[in-house]
Design a protein around this ligand. Structure first.
Ligand code: FES
Ligand code: FE2
Length: 400
């Protein structure tokens, strides 16, 4: 009999490579290519990263009304996100308790129950098993069919619920149930921008969907530095006048910048009130923009007049679909007066994404080759400290 060995970080990254990554950013070497290019490493992450912490899987607006439910697949895990009759969001593993069929295959609305398509086991929107039709078979004397069977206790066979939390329009899950309380996990984000009143934000209904043809880590790394802006996104304007990469504990890495011009915001949209309506500070630079990369897969980009949120869906080692949602302040999120301005903001972000996708696609093809050639990667200490923080944070999670 072959005993399957559980893979660990050491199977992919040598202690010497970890030590090189742990050096100060100017001398550090980045993660080896196989952590982006090897499906076996993605499987390691599937077991060691995604189930252990908090992971974004959906938007609350995906299940806007009681009775709405959607299937979500992410990082090798399958969920049902539902809004129950009381209006609460619930998340379940999308696995029937009978013989493991996918219970929900398509989004539904106005549902009272969720019925498995294989043998009809039926669950309510709190996950309780409420019917097992025909399970007891036919009483040949009476011809009656029984929906009960001794030993099948419905109370013990509900859909398996997943620990979940909602924040900033996101639905987060913690699969293993052992992560810190969500409020503790997300607190560093609030502490980084204490003056921003995030409660003023409203979802505009504007969303975009796209796909990175690359590893989820590469998709994050392409976003958490401003080094590439002059070459890839020249429309954003001159280099950032002030820039820093940061790390918020085990919760996020972020980049914060102030620019001479800010091409991603409008002139007519209301700003967060603490800016007093001034688009630039006393030094002539834009208000600080902070992009939080909440590890592993949620992004919150905070600008002076809007907030963009992303969910990355790691689906394979080389495929990462992404969804984006746009939020504005107060009535400006939905009124007619600001419609054109909102759509202009959305279009600016679409353009940025389309400029990044080819970079990710090309780099993904190089990671296996560079390992074969023994080539490491290096960082700009000024521009790429958040990339360095992110790679360290990934290793921290895998070593935990
Ligand atoms: S597998 Fe779901 S009812 Fe049989
Ligand atoms: Fe970019």
């Amino acid at each position: 009999m072959t005993v399957m060995q559980e893979l660990s970080l050491d199977d992919f990254i040598s202690p010497a490579q970890v030590a090189c990554l742990r050096r100060p950013v100017a001398e550090a070497e980045g993660l080896p290519g196989r952590v982006y290019a090897d499906p076996a490493f993605f499987e390691l992450e599937r077991k060691k990263i995604f189930p252990r912490g908090w992971m974004a899987i959906a938007y609350e607006s995906d299940v806007a009304e009681p009775g709405d439910a959607v299937p979500v697949s992410i990082a090798g895990w399958d969920f049902i996100v539902a809004r129950n009759r009381q209006g609460d969001v619930k998340v379940f593993h999308n696995i029937c308790r009978h013989r493991s069929m996918t219970v929900l295959t398509e989004p539904c609305s106005k549902a009272q129950t969720l019925q498995c398509p294989w043998h009809g086991w039926t669950y309510d929107l709190n996950g309780r098993l409420i019917a097992t039709p025909d399970i007891g078979g036919v009483d040949e004397a009476s011809g009656k069919v029984s929906a009960e069977q001794p030993g099948i206790e419905k109370v013990a066979l509900g859909l398996r619920e997943v620990r979940s939390a909602t924040w900033m329009h996101f639905v987060f899950v913690n699969i293993d149930g052992k992560a810190e309380p969500f409020e503790d996990f997300i607190r560093p984000v609030h502490e980084r921008i204490p003056e921003h009143d995030l409660s003023l934000l409203r979802f505009s209904g504007l969303t975009t969907e796209a796909q990175f043809d690359g590893n989820w880590k590469l998709a994050i790394e392409t976003g958490c530095e401003d080094y590439h802006l002059p070459w890839v996104h020249p429309q954003i304007g001159p280099r950032s006048g002030v820039f820093r990469g940061e790390r918020g504990g085990n919760t996020y890495v972020s980049i914060a910048s102030r620019r001479e011009t800010e091409a991603l915001t409008g002139d007519t949209l209301p700003m967060f009130p603490h800016f007093d309506g001034e688009k630039v500070g006393d030094d002539g630079l834009s208000r600080e923009i902070v992009l939080f990369f909440i590890v592993p897969n949620a992004i919150v980009s905070v600008l002076d007049d809007h907030v963009v949120t992303n969910i990355y869906y790691p689906m394979a080692h080389d495929r990462t679909p992404t969804r984006r949602a746009f939020h504005f302040i107060g009535d400006a999120a939905t009124d007619d007066e600001h419609r054109a301005a909102r759509e202009a903001v959305r279009d600016s972000w679409i353009k940025v994404g389309e400029q990044d996708f080819p970079m990710v696609r090309e780099v993904q093809t190089k990671h296996a080759q560079r390992d074969e050639l023994g080539m490491e990667t290096r960082f700009s200490a000024y521009w790429e400290s958040a990339v360095h923080h992110f790679q360290n944070l990934v290793v921290d999670r895998l070593q935990a």
